[in-house]
Design a protein around this ligand. Sequence first.
Ligand code: PEP
Ligand code: MG
Length: 572
Amino acid sequence: MKRLNGIAASQGIAIGPAFVYRPEPLAFKEQIIQNPPAEINRLIQAVEAVQTMLIALEEYTQQAIGESEAKIFEVHRMFLADPAFADEIKAIIEQEKLNAEAAVDRVSTELMEQFSAIDDEYFRQRAVDIKDVAQRLIRQLLGLEETTLASLKFPSIIIANDLTPSDTASLNRDMALGLCTEIGSSTSHTAILARSLGTPAVVGIGKLEISSGTTVIIDGQSGELIIDPDAETLAEYQTRQQARQRIRSREIALAQQPAITTDGHQVEVVANIGSVVEAEQALKMGAEGVGLLRTEFLFLQGDTLPSEEEQYRIYRAIADVFQQLPLIVRTLDVGGDKDIPSIDLAVEQNPMLGQRAIRLCLARPEIFQTQLRAILRAGHERNVKIMFPLIGSEEELHQALEQLELAKADLRARNLPHAEKPDVGIMIEVPSAAVLADVLAPQVDFFSIGTNDLAQYTLAVDRTNETVAHLADPLHPAVIRLIHLVIQAAHRHNKWVGLCGEMAGSPQAVPLLLGLGLDEFSMAAASVPSVKALLRTLSKMQAQEIAQRCLELPSLQRVRDFLQNSPVSAAA
Ligand code: PEP
Ligand code: MG
């Protein structure tokens, strides 16, 4: 048995076999072959093997997950069975005497390019499917094992160096009992994803030597990974896991009830989401709306930018899920650590201090305008609010507001129905904006504090640099004082304040934030039931005392110790 410590990234206990995910790039060369008929035979056999594999995956998915999820494999099988595809590959092998791997690669790349060029989400998705099938086929030709997360067939704990957005897009989510990564911080992509799925996770565990199939335990509370536990440890964790599941069931049963403190204050609990599926889950988990729609997800797929129509359709589908509940759509926040293939981002020395989020949108108004028009259209007769990320000055806010007016004028000219006066807010995630909160508050409808970035920029810590990321802790007294300042300034101007950084879903931070006067808590959907349950046990008056005490404490450690031992947290 071995115990390792990492960063607790998503609550819960997971016990199961490890699935070690170490994808290797498909390495093959273009080669001239001597015997084209033999090469064609090799191709035919590989196609048959992949067909068998796809049938198995389809059957398995149908039973374990659902009919509609299994459909994708049927599409892949049909594609592979299309004689036009195979004939083209065979022609290249025969005429150019090229090896099968290179021929498959060439034909599929050409097809993908053709499909990607069509301005329609359906065809773009087909390009992704072609890539999937082609990779599977090449892998088979090379005699390599399947290593995408989509091929995960047993409930397992995924162990990886890190997971990229494209890895997790193909993740068979029902098979992921837990996640553990060698690198990463509590605000890294894997951590945010794990929380949104409600999957226990530990990140930043360091280099791991472990093989697939080994039994492991993930403790998402303490940040521990236990490899090959002894019988006693296993039994202890199984008991803890069952107890947690009982509490969780009770919390979920009450999730649709409001979060009212013991002294009668109602607090809004909403979700951070990044897709239509997550919107539906959020509603089921009792979210009273969306405090942060991360629109980046739309820009991460494919090599071309999503059109106004595509964006509109997806924003509208999400707005339809929430009807009159608030849906705060954050405008594009890329750059920094979020690289996207469809925008040619400059290579920067300090990307976190570079052209990210609103700065990029203001520099590329065509991208910004398309998105603003789509959001405004989705907001017609819905409760859609617009939020600008990373605002650092009044000038930036003015420029963003001007862009919004331009987008409205355009829609008016085109006679397209849209929201004429949606609420507009800004994220407070740059210290300059926090300090200037009293200047900015009268000019917007709301603030939402982004503590992931506010901690990063206040404490001069790159949140993606695993050697220092743990220092970007929003419980640092400097960050707490800024949050206090922002809430006070907004309330003086009768504006409400939300918080959509990971801090809002942290049980330790909730009493403090309630006491500071936060109006809206926005978090991963899976955390909504437990945070609502916690808020119902708190009194606002008691929370105010906690907040007052934290504002006087000099160091992060003292704040942590105090919150750990405060009577409210103990009760929770
Ligand atoms: C934040 O910075 O707190 C935030 C919610 O935005 P993101 O994590 O997407 O940068
Ligand atoms: Mg941010």
